[in-house]
Design a protein around this ligand. Structure first.
Ligand SMILES: NC(=O)c1ccc[n+]([C@@H]2O[C@H](COP(=O)([O-])OP(=O)(O)OC[C@H]3O[C@@H](n4cnc5c(N)ncnc54)[C@H](O)[C@@H]3O)[C@@H](O)[C@H]2O)c1
Length: 443
């Protein structure tokens, strides 16, 4: 099949590459000229395991192409995916500017029946807005061309995106016409060969499904973080409680790891957007408000532990931070807990020596240049180098490489043997026996 993927970020690039991997011809379109130029040369804008090889191979085979011209790409296909960003607006709602801009451009160039697929995460009612925007442009042109707008939210996880897309648990398709359902069923047939994975529903139901899924996962995390806070005050180890409740099939082990808060480009903004949608429709979502608030507080947890132990003025102190991306497997630092922590440490007068296996270049863009220039923030090339002479080590992102470090080497390098473990990666007894002072979450 022939597809135009509009927006070549995490979702657009992964989706485009995976469709081409299954034999479809895909043109990925983006307004970012540099990004498109680089992609043509096999240079990817993001780190995602396996993606580079897939992009390069399918580009070489002529199945995956890149362009800055939507008008030209639209000529070659009749399925247009909208996969642009929907960032958080000032009032917490999803900012639909990019989505509506694309819809208008589609309306200006549409010349045959097409299926327009909303893949971006968008609030209930957005497909209606996309439809109205396209229709308005067609009316202005005085042409009568049929089209369908479909909702097909994406559930991939950064760090495991290829596997999630190639072998999805389910494919949600909100479509209100038979012709659109037929196109979507054919498109996704290669991804659901072992069983039928496409779940059809109305467009509005599909839009809501995405928000409900992310809010449920965020709720599990915030719930467990709340339990951890209670455990800490009771002298209970939350890690034992986690194993105890996770073994209950009704609860399960996933998304119940206590930690220093969730980040990324999805959970924080999607929970906020659903809160906003809910409030706009006359319902105050008490539970979601609490999920959001718990997470904001949880992101401050490490800093609070640090100043409780070392005092509020951290002038002259230095800290090693292990892990900068919002989770392992990605270089994405949007809403990362590391950003909150490092800002707080530097504001309090400390020097930070940070290391991440893949997010170093991204970190160079995220933090103010002045901090690098005057040495308040040092990005080191190697994890152990971060520890040289520091007052404490703070583990923020649970990359596998941090799981079983050489504690003796660590201790020899650090000025003080003090560990703040934001992801409960270490055995408190083991590290204390080795002479460290250890603070974990809820233990
Ligand atoms: N990142 C994830 O893990 C993930 C997972 C599921 C769903 N989503 C959702 O998917 C959507 C996209 O997320 P993302 O992380 O891929 O975003 P992103 O910011 O990485 O990429 C968006 C891309 O769209 C491009 N763009 C903006 N306006 C454009 C236009 N008019 N024409 C063409 N391209 C344009 C930007 O240049 C950018 O490259 C969001 O709604 C997000 O919530 C993201």
């Amino acid at each position: 099949m022939k597809i135009t993927m509009i927006g070549t970020g995490y979702v657009g690039l992964v989706s485009g590459a995976c469709f081409s991997e299954m034999g479809s011809r895909v043109t990925c379109v983006d307004v970012d000229e540099k990004k498109i130029e680089n992609l043509k040369q096999g240079i990817l804008p993001i780190y995602e395991p396996g993606l580079e090889a897939m992009v390069v191979q399918n580009h070489a085979e002529g199945l995956l192409d890149f362009s800055t011209s939507l008008a030209r790409a639209m000529k070659t296909s009749s399925i247009y995916f909208i996969a642009v960003g929907t960032p958080q607006g000032e009032d917490g709602s999803a900012d639909l500017t990019y989505v509506i801009t694309v819809a208008a451009e589609i309306g200006k160039n549409l010349d045959k029946y097409a299926v327009i697929v909303d893949k971006s995460t968008v609030p209930v009612g957005t497909a209606d807005k996309v439809r109205a925007t396209i229709q308005k442009e067609l009316d202005l042109r005085g042409v009568d061309i049929g089209f369908d707008v479909v909702s097909n939210p994406e559930f991939l996880k950064e760090g495991a995106a290829l596997n999630d897309f190639m072998k999805p648990d389910r494919i949600i398709v909100g479509a209100d016409t038979e012709s659109a359902r037929k196109v979507m069923k054919r498109l996704y047939a290669p991804f659901s060969r072992n069983r039928d994975k496409v779940i059809f529903m109305s467009v509005r139901d599909a839009e809501m499904t995405k928000y409900a899924a992310n809010s449920m996962l965020a709720t599990k995390i915030s719930f467990m973080n709340e339990v951890a806070n209670i455990c800490e005050r009771l002298g209970v180890d939350v890690e034992n409680v986690r194993k105890g409740i996770g073994s209950d099939a009704r609860i399960g082990y996933s998304f119940i790891y206590p930690g220093c808060g969730y980040g990324g480009s999805c959970f924080p903004k999607d929970v906020k957007a659903l809160i906003r949608t809910s409030a706009e429709n006359g319902f105050e979502p008490d539970l979601l408000n609490a999920v959001e608030r718990r997470n904001e507080l949880q992101k401050l947890w490490l800093f609070q532990k640090i100043i409780h132990r070392l005092g509020e003025d951290l002038t002259g102190r230095s800290f090693a931070v292990w892990g900068l991306s919002f989770k392992p497997g990605t270089d994405d630092m949007r809403e990362a807990s590391s950003v909150v922590l490092i800002n707080k440490l530097i504001e309090a007068g400390a020097v930070v020596r940070a290391y991440d296996p893949v997010a170093m270049a991204e970190a160079g863009r995220v933090f103010p240049h002045a901090w690098f220039d005057d040495g308040r923030l040092v990005l080191v090339d190697q994890s152990y180098e971060a520890l040289d002479g520091v007052d404490a080590m703070v583990l923020v992102t649970e990359w596998k490489t941090f799981r079983q470090p050489d504690f003796n080497d660590m201790k020899a390098r650090m000025a003080k043997p003090l560990i703040f473990d934001g992801r409960n990666q270490y055995d408190p007894e083991e590290v204390r026996d080795l002479g460290f002072e250890y603070f974990g979450i809820g233990r």
